[in-house]
Design a protein around this ligand. Structure first.
Ligand code: AMP
Length: 253
């Protein structure tokens, strides 16, 4: 049985994001790009399920321009078996991504689809939920633990979810959709021989037209603004001066 994992190309989380001078968007010129960290966790979880004998194949899919093949190769080096790029000019909005993924799900019939809970560039937190709605499959979002009971096509996925103030455990009928939270696992690093081997693993390129999906944009980006610069701090020369400032200026004690 197959597991389908979605991987998105985003700005590396170590990069300090710059806004274009005209505030029209984030400046991506010469910026280091990487696998979305939540997608890295999704790949790791799928590989662990394959290593445990639960899945027989891990397929990774990414939607975007040719450059996303770099992240697909990373996922292949981490242990995925084959990759699909759905070629689009720009990164589509979540509804379009979910529609394209629904077609891949229809064709591949995976027992489990694992997505990140959110893209760290646009912070949408929408795609997994939309995919569950479009495919009619049950969803376990913000997963911090996933256990499969029985087989991937007819069994159950026991998903522990991180919710405000605690944990909630669900039993989902498989096939199902899961989105990953930060504490699900600690992703491995790709080893050099695996990076070399990944170059030879299959990577198929499809277009939205191949999948019968017409991309429509419903969202317009109006403006991007950097957060206000923080004011410089001051140094005080004694504990008494600090207490005085906290009491009389900041009025927090
Ligand atoms: P979002 O709803 O944009 O916050 O994204 C949630 C998750 O959906 C991400 O962590 C990815 O796993 C998946 N996803 C979103 N956009 C794409 C894309 N262009 N290609 C592949 N996966 C994506």
């Amino acid at each position: 049985m197959k597991i389908l994992v979605t991987v998105k190309r985003v700005i590396d989380y170590n990069v300090k994001v710059r806004v274009k001078a005209d505030n029209s968007d984030v400046d991506l010129a010469n910026v280091k790009m990487a696998l979305n960290p939540f997608c890295e966790i999704a790949v790791e979880e799928a590989i662990r399920l394959k290593e445990a004998g639960v899945a027989s194949e891990v397929i990774v899919v990414s939607i975007g321009p040719k450059a996303v093949q770099e992240q697909l190769r990373t996922a292949l080096a981490l242990g995925a078996d084959r990759a699909i790029q759905i070629d689009t000019e720009a990164m589509p909005e979540p509804l379009n991504v979910a529609k394209l993924l629904a077609k891949v799900v229809e064709a591949e019939q995976p027992g489990l689809v694992i997505l990140g809970k959110q893209s760290i560039d646009s912070d949408n937190n929408q795609t997994g939920q939309m995919l569950a709605a479009l495919t009619g499959r049950p969803q376990g979002t913000f997963a911090s633990a996933v256990k499969v009971e029985g087989t991937l096509d007819t069994g159950k996925a026991i998903v522990t979810r991180e919710v405000d103030g605690g944990l909630k455990t669900l039993s989902l009928d498989l096939p199902a959709i899961v989105t990953t939270d930060l504490r699900l696992n600690e992703p491995r690093y790709a080893k050099l021989p695996d990076i070399m081997k990944a170059k030879k693993k299959p990577l198929e390129v499809k277009t939205p037209a191949d999948l019968g999906v017409e991309l429509k944009s419903h969202i317009q980006l109006l403006k991007v603004e950097a957060p206000a610069a923080r004011q410089a701090g001051i140094k005080v020369d004694s504990v008494d001066a600090l207490v005085d400032k906290l009491k009389n200026e900041a009025k927090v004690i």
